[in-house]
Design a protein around this ligand. Structure first.
Ligand SMILES: NC(=O)c1ccc[n+]([C@@H]2O[C@H](COP(=O)([O-])OP(=O)(O)OC[C@H]3O[C@@H](n4cnc5c(N)ncnc54)[C@H](O)[C@@H]3O)[C@@H](O)[C@H]2O)c1
Ligand SMILES: O=c1ccn([C@@H]2O[C@H](COP(=O)(O)OP(=O)(O)O[C@H]3O[C@H](CO)[C@@H](O)[C@H](O)[C@H]3O)[C@@H](O)[C@H]2O)c(=O)[nH]1
Length: 338
């Protein structure tokens, strides 16, 4: 079975390509290298032994997307990772985000709706829940007004797919990721943030490596056990495996609804200080950090109820926070040595 993975050289996409190839799927990757590098193909090959078919294509170019599907008319499923993902940048340049995250989605669906049947997996985010009233968050928690243009593209994306699936042969699964972290245990692939990382874990590993002076912990006055904000950090390999299982579910079509939504998290909330402690434990070194004010737009707490993913998909995150932090640290040390 031939599967198109858009954004397949990115952080989550590359790990998913590996898991797909491990399960015998034939993968074609589209990526415009806007947030990734060709070296990722070597990393994937080092793990799976496969030369991945790759097209350097910008999905904003509609004619190129049409041409791609003409040349690859035997695609059975699409996993759509390609998007811009920096919350702050989306506030500065909303139209870049609406073009890159919405137009690209529309062009893909326009091609898929011409097929007799199509399976589509969308990278959504727990950001759609905003500050949920109840923890852990279930999939039926209400979607809150988006706090950034980036978050809005995920909500609009979910709506576009839902509206389209109703009237076409497309079956879709919307995966709402919590906080993906870590790297492949082989250290052949991992996260490659450009510039100063906005996310907690790469900031921690870069600080420990000496690239940053200290970590700023955004707020210790939240109504949480230790005052710092709580998130659900999931190992990227667990997340990648969930995509393969979701794809198999779409292709098998057993008891399938047109659109299904799954939270992908571990079910456990960890505070910023707990993440730092985990890092210190697995790395054996102290981290330099200081407490500063809250970051605008941050929610207090977000962690997943994973019952639906456990029971319907038959998937459960296997790695602990310590294991994920250890893999992130191993990866940071490896890329800095290159
Ligand atoms: N990492 C997270 O914390 C997180 C959380 C929730 C949801 N998501 C979503 O998951 C998806 C993957 O995230 P990631 O962390 O792997 O990001 P990433 O930036 O590492 O990967 C995205 C890839 O898409 C490519 N790309 C972007 N625009 C493109 C275009 N127009 N045409 C072709 N390729 C394009 C980039 O070059 C990159 O390789 C995104 O949709 C993101 O919004 C990520
Ligand atoms: O230098 C830093 C960076 C982060 N944090 C805190 O660490 C936690 C996690 O932050 P981060 O890693 O930036 O993740 P989130 O803000 O939870 O957002 C991520 O997870 C969301 C849900 O998947 C996605 O929508 C976003 O794109 C993605 O950046 C938050 O409490 C932050 O305030 C710090 O204290 N210092």
């Amino acid at each position: 079975m031939k599967i198109l993975v858009t954004g397949g050289l990115g952080f989550i996409g590359s790990h998913t390509v590996v898991e797909l190839q491990n399960q015998g799927f034939e993968v074609v990757v589209i990526d415009n290298l806007s947030n990734s590098s060709l070296k990722v193909l070597d990393g994937i090959k080092a793990i799976t032994g496969i030369d991945t078919v790759f097209e350097n294509l910008d999905l904003r170019e509609k004619e190129k997307v049409q041409d791609f599907f003409k040349r690859h008319n035997d695609i059975s499923g699409v996993i759509h990772f390609a998007a811009s993902k920096a919350v702050g940048e989306s506030v500065e340049n909303p139209l870049l985000y609406y073009e890159n995250n919405i137009n690209t989605l529309v062009y893909l669906l326009q091609e898929l709706q011409q097929k007799q049947e199509a399976s589509f997996i969308f990278s959504s985010s727990c950001t759609v829940y905003g500050q949920a009233e109840k923890m852990p968050i279930t999939e039926d928690a209400s979607v809150q007004p988006a706090m950034s243009p980036y978050g809005n593209t995920k909500q609009i994306g979910e709506e576009i797919i839902t509206d389209t699936a109703k009237v076409t042969n497309i079956n879709a699964i919307l995966l709402r990721y919590f906080n993906p972290i870590g790297a492949h245990p082989s250290t052949e692939i991992g996260e490659l943030p450009l510039g100063v990382p906005q996310n907690l874990v790469p900031f921690i590993t870069q600080t420990a490596f000496g690239l940053r002076k200290e970590l700023s912990v955004y707020g210790d006055d939240y109504p949480t056990p230790d005052g710092t904000a709580v998130r659900d950090y999931i190992h990227v390999v667990d997340l990648a495996k969930a995509h393969v299982i979701a794809l198999q579910r779409l292709l098998n079509k057993k008891n399938l609804n047109k659109v299904e939504i799954f939270n992908l998290g571990t079910g456990t909330g960890s505070s910023v200080l707990e993440v730092i402690q985990s890092f210190e434990k697995v790395s054996g070194q102290k981290l330099a950090y200081k407490i500063v004010g809250r970051r605008e737009g941050d929610v207090i707490s977000a962690y997943a109820n994973t019952d639906t993913a456990n029971n319907v998909l038959g998937w459960k995150a296997a790695s602990t926070l310590d294991e994920a932090m250890a893999s992130a640290w191993k990866w940071e040390q490896k890329i800095r040595k290159q």
